[in-house]
Design a protein around this ligand. Structure first.
Ligand SMILES: [Zn+2]
Length: 240
């Protein structure tokens, strides 16, 4: 695991235990509370982070969406507030066993089912710390994003990713709207779970890719990896 400071108040913990991906969780330490964005693959992955936490402050856990590599470490935070979209709680619950069975080899430690215990529809704002959580459906229907108003850092979960995003919700026009909405934040820094240094350029190129997908345009990619993901995206949208 790699530990890196990415802003005055944020530490990024990056794991390389999943092939082909680097996956990061983010600890934002503010005046009133700590905010941990995602919990990776289990309690084993969370140990180093917990050891580093200032225990005098409450730690609020945030799940960007229901995917296994973002929620399995929730059980390290029993008794804490875990926040996600209403649909994140629902999908994490319904698909818990299925996700465990499909990705058993990535389980890190004794994973127990622990769902978000605070859910919302559109927005939650922690005013004292300038932390805004907002609904941003795209990669999945339950995706949320986090904006740090003090430092202008935007955390986008899996909604942006280089070299290509995974489209796992067929509502691509909503995905485009979410990305267009990101531009309004004028973020100084944009970070995703699997790509740490994004720019507005990545938002524009992802919008353009999604529009091509919707229009059924033929898109060519150089690498085998991007071609495979693109095919999965096509299958997701045109499955009916
Ligand atoms: Zn995901």
């Amino acid at each position: 695991m790699k530990i890196e400071r990415i802003s005055k108040s944020t530490t990024m913990f990056t794991f390389d235990s999943i092939e082909n991906y680097l996956t990061s969780v983010f600890l934002i330490e503010k005046k009133s509370k700590n905010y941990l964005i995602d919990t990776f693959c289990g309690p084993g992955s969370m140990e180093a982070i917990i050891n580093q936490l200032n225990s005098k402050k409450e730690t609020v856990v945030i799940n960007t969406h229901f995917h296994w590599d973002h929620i399995w470490g929730n059980c390290s935070f029993k008794g804490s507030n875990i926040i996600g979209h209403r649909l994140c709680r629902k999908l994490s619950d319904e698909l818990w066993e299925e996700q465990i069975n499909k990705n058993t080899k990535y389980i890190d430690g004794k994973v127990e089912k622990l769902l978000p215990n605070i859910t919302f529809e559109e927005k939650i704002i922690f005013e004292e710390d300038g932390i805004e959580l907002f609904y941003s459906p795209g990669h999945t229907v339950d995706s949320i994003s986090i904006f740090d108003r003090e430092e202008k850092v935007l955390y986008v979960g899996d909604n942006l990713e280089r070299p290509i995003v995974y489209v796992e919700s067929e509502d691509v026009s909503t995905y485009v709207k979410t990305l267009e909405n990101y531009l309004k934040y004028n973020a100084k820094k944009i970070v995703a779970s699997h790509t740490s240094n994004l720019s507005e350029e990545d938002i524009f190129s992802t919008i353009s890719y999604l529009k091509d997908l919707m229009e059924g345009k033929k898109v060519d990619f150089e690498s085998e990896y991007t071609r495979t993901v693109h095919k999965q995206n096509m299958d997701m949208i045109y499955k009916n």
